[in-house]
Design a protein around this ligand. Structure first.
Ligand code: TYD
Ligand code: MG
Length: 456
């Protein structure tokens, strides 16, 4: 691919998939994404010479000869982070932490240094802040100790050679967009730089068995410069998400070679740094209005963890020829589908009405189990009847208006019971997976109509 850019000084690269072309176009011919082609400067033999000459003699091995004994994972001192990582840091693993600027990536990593520094040597490389700035922040966060070494540097060659010299137990590179590989002509943060720097860091981390955190800033569209190319190089991808205006932050794992994905960890940004949120359901439900129509609590799963979330629906008369359908935290197309099902199968008409769905707390409900709470929010919003305060619900809705079973029914019900709910509406087919509960009434329903009858 790289040889295409023989004499040209620039090449056009897709920021989604990394495909290169000689000409700009609106759509990437490789992955079909729109508006993702950017112009990049390349040096004559392009990327190839950027590969450092780490010569390793490798030979094929029999599968049974390979020792798969997992070395003990390193704990970060933060239970939430450990869980998202799949049980702690794996030696030699490269972990990408992505997020919008200012969300708290540097804060989180500096905080785990406090714990790691007690028994391990940590190298913190910053290309963004001066040593003094970091020191001030470290003081505020209560991070001290000689085992934490700070390096303020943008040149990747220097960074890698320090990694080789120091051989730290854990390395942190903050951020990949400020790293610069001198052999490449393109500017720091460009796709080529990001990709090659990530690849070089990964090679060194693997060769020296140093677990390495790499910070990556995410742009407005929610993509790290060259997201795909970076994601497939590293072992683990964590995204730090959260609303700018709220103090709550979610750490979401979207790729993990050493554990489950879809895990989330919840944090709260305080004056003295990030604090772990032990009981996310309670946090998400706090301040919930009572006796208001259009509000239903959903029992959802985030990875292996059940979570209660508040779904809000608003249905109002529309002044538009095409009524509005808007969602935050729920798939817009799924809302259209549910409205169609409610009209056709249950006789609730929304055609002249605007419909809005909002999931509180910046949560993204992308599993089918959220269908029923969303439908209940819409139906009660339409009829102006509040869902009882002690009621929670989950279940997938099919096109015939039937309720379909979802996974982890027992975990969802237990979480609702733990949070003091008195009734939970579940698909009838889930009942056989739910044990008998004494503290919560479990109501199995077969259709959306039955579900609506059950809450009134
Ligand atoms: P930071 O970790 O610098 O973000 P990133 O590295 O992702 O760009 O986070 C900076 C924000 O966090 C900043 O807006 C101030 C806030 N903050 C606190 O509220 N409390 C704290 O103790 C710290 C260190 C930062
Ligand atoms: Mg930072």
């Amino acid at each position: 691919m790289a040889s295409k850019a023989k004499s040209a000084k620039t090449v056009f690269v897709c920021t989604e998939c990394g495909a290169q072309s000689a000409r700009w176009s609106g759509q990437c011919s490789a992955c079909g994404a729109w508006n993702t082609i950017t112009e990049e400067l390349v040096s004559a033999p392009a990327v190839s010479h950027a590969a450092p000459s780490v010569v390793r003699s490798s030979a094929p091995q029999g599968l049974d000869d390979i020792s798969a004994e997992e070395k003990a994972r390193i704990t970060t001192g933060m239970k939430e982070l450990d869980r998202v990582l799949g049980g702690g840091i794996v030696r030699g693993g490269v972990m990408l932490i992505g997020g919008m600027p200012g969300i708290g990536k540097s804060t989180l990593l500096l905080q785990i240094c406090a714990h790691l520094g007690r028994s391990l040597r940590v190298l913190y490389v910053s290309g963004e802040e001066s040593a003094r700035q970091i020191k001030l922040r470290a003081d505020r966060l209560g991070v001290h100790g000689d085992s934490l070494k700070l390096l303020c540097e943008n040149d990747l060659g220097t960074v890698l050679s320090w990694m080789q010299t120091e051989k730290p137990d854990v390395a942190i590179i903050d951020s990949i967009q400020t790293m610069n590989m001198a052999e490449l002509d393109s500017a720091s943060g460009s796709l080529t730089q990001v990709r090659e720097c990530t690849a070089a860091i990964t090679r060194v981390a693997k060769a020296l068995d140093i677990p390495t955190f790499v910070v990556g800033h995410v742009n407005k569209d929610g993509a790290i410069a060259g997201p795909r190319v970076m994601e497939h190089i590293v072992d683990c991808v964590l995204y730090f998400e959260g609303d700018r205006h709220s103090n709550y932050r979610m750490l979401r794992c979207i790729k993990n070679r050493y554990g489950a994905t879809d895990e989330i960890g919840m944090f709260e940004m305080r004056d003295n740094g990030l604090a772990e949120v032990e009981n996310p359901s309670m946090t998400l439900l706090s301040g919930r209005p009572t006796n208001v129509s259009g509000i239903c609590v959903a029992c959802t799963m985030e990875g292996t963890r059940p979570l209660l979330a508040e779904v809000q629906g608003l249905v109002t008369a529309s002044a538009l020829a095409n009524p509005r359908r808007m969602t935050t935290g729920f798939d817009n197309n799924r809302l259209w589908l549910l409205l169609a099902v409610l009209e056709k199968r249950a006789g609730y008409f929304f055609s002249n009405l605007d419909a809005y769905i909002n999931v509180v707390g910046g949560l993204d409900l992308d599993e089918p189990a959220a269908d029923l709470p969303v439908a209940l929010a819409l139906m009660t919003g339409l009829r102006d009847k509040p869902v009882g305060e002690g009621i929670a619900a989950f279940g997938e809705i099919g096109l015939a208006g039937e309720l379909r079973a979802v996974n982890n029914a027992e975990a969802r019900v237990s979480e609702a019971a733990r949070m003091g709910f008195t009734t939970v509406i579940v698909p009838h087919a889930c009942l056989k997976h739910i044990r008998t509960h004494t503290d919560i009434r479990v109501v199995g329903v077969k259709t959306v109509n039955e579900a609506f009858d059950a809450i009134l």
